[in-house]
Design a binder for this molecule. Structure first.
Ligand code: NAD
Ligand code: UDP
Length: 308
């Protein structure tokens, strides 16, 4: 039985990961400061004797005996990571130092949840891991993008200097149940607006693109990464690319909503196109997402119907 630490375990991705790791017969320790996560997300796990939750901020030191660490703690939605940009930077930078020191102390493997945002507003399409990105160091998204880039550097240097078994995955837009009602990212926003028959808010002209991955597929990729000899960085995402306008129309159709589309200003530095090249994940992990967008949206819509 492995002892596995999941930071950010009460968040959207973290709560699914904790559930899956428990289901596979592990002991799971979840750390979360509940900034964007909630106890509601891990409620079904709290009664399990192999699950422990500690309210803890990863910018503070943490000591334990663990075999593996998944470092997911960090707000991921633009309005949330911009709310206290300095704190976001500290979470990525001090947080990874604390987790790497823990990995060093107990000789644990450590996986860092990095992001497609390390590519910034990409000038190469689709984005493969060799692309070094186009990131503004002083813009509204920099606290997130540069914090995550710096965390990747810490991961690599602890591997080089301290021999820590580090693994970096770059996650592309992922959606599904357990996203917070007030998360602010596009899939949950559109579904909630559609279910309430409110206007669907498109930022800009809606022709910018993203490639959306369903949560179950991502969780499988994260666990495969931890279990494989791969060190990354490796992209994890669904390569099926679509425009935000297209997504809005699909959500309206699947919810049979009366919502109308309205247009709001495009936030500064909002990437225009994003699509993962997942050849490396296919080769090194034998992983590729299975859930198409309609299937994934239907499950997510069901979740939000119950929540609202
Ligand atoms: P989320 O906001 O739902 O989860 C983040 C969790 O981290 C929350 O539970 C939050 O309370 C916790 N947290 C934040 N700061 C913390 C701190 N200082 N100490 C302890 N806990 C803290 O977001 P998510 O979508 O589940 O993202 C999880 C991870 O995956 C993040 O690191 C994010 O950057 C990364 N990621 C997610 C996506 C995506 O599309 N969902 C894409 C790329 C990367
Ligand atoms: N977006 C939108 N309406 C919303 C929320 C987001 O049009 O209510 C757009 C946003 O400007 C971006 C895309 O959808 O172009 C994805 O945004 P999200 O915040 O989900 O993720 P990220 O920009 O970090 O990929």
């Amino acid at each position: 039985m492995k002892r596995i630490l999941v930071t950010g375990g009460a968040g959207f991705i973290g709560s699914h990961l904790c559930a899956k790791l428990l289901e596979c017969g592990n002991k799971v320790i979840c750390l979360d400061n509940l900034f964007t996560g909630s106890v509601e997300n891990i409620k079904p796990l709290l009664g399990d004797k192999n699950f422990k939750f500690f309210e803890h901020d990863i910018t503070e030191e943490y000591q334990d005996e663990v075999d593996e660490i998944y470092n997911l703690a960090c707000p991921a939605s633009p309005p949330h990571y911009q709310y206290n940009a300095i704190k976001t930077l500290k979470t990525s930078v001090l947080g990874i130092i604390n987790m790497l020191e823990l990995a060093k102390a107990c000789k644990a493997k450590i996986l860092q949840a990095s992001t497609s945002e390390v590519y910034g507003d990409p000038q190469i399409h689709p984005q493969s891991e060799s692309y070094t990105g186009n990131v503004n160091p002083v813009g509204p998204r920099s606290c997130y993008d540069e914090g995550k880039r710096c965390a990747e550097t810490f991961m690599r240097e602890y591997r080089r200097q301290e021999n820590i078994d580090t693994k970096i995955v770059r996650i592309f837009n992922t959606y599904g149940p357990n996203m917070a009602i007030n998360d602010g990212r596009v899939v949950s926003n559109f579904i909630i607006q559609a279910l309430r028959n409110e206007d669907i808010t498109i930022y800009g002209d809606g022709l910018q693109t993203r490639s959306f991955c369903y949560i179950d597929d991502l969780i499988e990729g994260l666990i495969k990464m931890m279990e494989s000899p791969a060190i990354g960085p490796i992209n994890l995402g669904n390569p099926s690319e679509r425009s935000i306008l297209d997504l809005a129309r699909l959500v309206i159709k699947l919810t049979s909503s009366n919502s109308k589309i309205t247009y709001k200003p495009l936030p500064k530095d909002d990437p225009m196109r994003r699509q993962p090249d997942i050849k490396l994940a296919e080769k090194e992990l034998g992983w590729r997402p299975k859930t198409d967008i309609e299937q994934g949206l239907v499950k997510t819509i069901e979740y939000f119907k119950e929540r609202l």
